[in-house]
Design a protein around this ligand. Structure first.
Ligand SMILES: [Zn+2]
Ligand SMILES: [Zn+2]
Length: 134
């Protein structure tokens, strides 16, 4: 037998279940600090409900908007990440293949740190690639 005081309600999503008999527990009212199981009478501390999304239902529509904001944030992060991949900085370098001015470049440290880095250019017009050592 587990200690009744040590065990806490089982949590599935936003629902809590009595750890003793598995009955779905009611949400605590604001003035309750424990919830009694309707089946076995076991008392569950209301603290178990902290951090449940349902808890915010009482405060206007905080939950749906917070979730929406979170989703938007995730989407923005993904979009920014993908865009950044395709958008290397552009240098005013002249392509020695087609003469186009404007090459994207990447600086890479290929050798040891005290030896400087190599810059790779890629022509935005013809795709010709060249590199130069710093
Ligand atoms: Zn119970
Ligand atoms: Zn070119």
């Amino acid at each position: 037998m587990s200690q009744p005081t040590a065990s806490r309600a089982k949590r599935i999503g936003a629902l809590l279940f009595c750890p003793a008999c598995g009955t779905l527990l009611d949400l605590p009212r604001d003035d309750q600090d424990e919830i009694e199981c309707s089946q076995c009478g076991r008392k569950e501390p209301a603290a178990s409900y902290e951090n449940l999304p349902t808890k915010t239902y009482s405060s206007a529509n905080a939950f749906p908007s917070a979730l929406k904001a979170k989703r938007a944030l995730v989407q923005n992060t993904v979009e920014e990440g993908e865009a950044a991949k395709d958008r290397d900085p552009i240098a005013n370098e002249r392509c020695d293949n087609c003469g186009h001015i404007g090459m994207s470049y990447k600086e890479m440290q290929l050798r040891s740190a005290d030896e400087g880095s190599t810059i790779f250019y890629k022509c935005l017009n013809c795709g010709h690639q060249t590199s130069t050592n710093n």
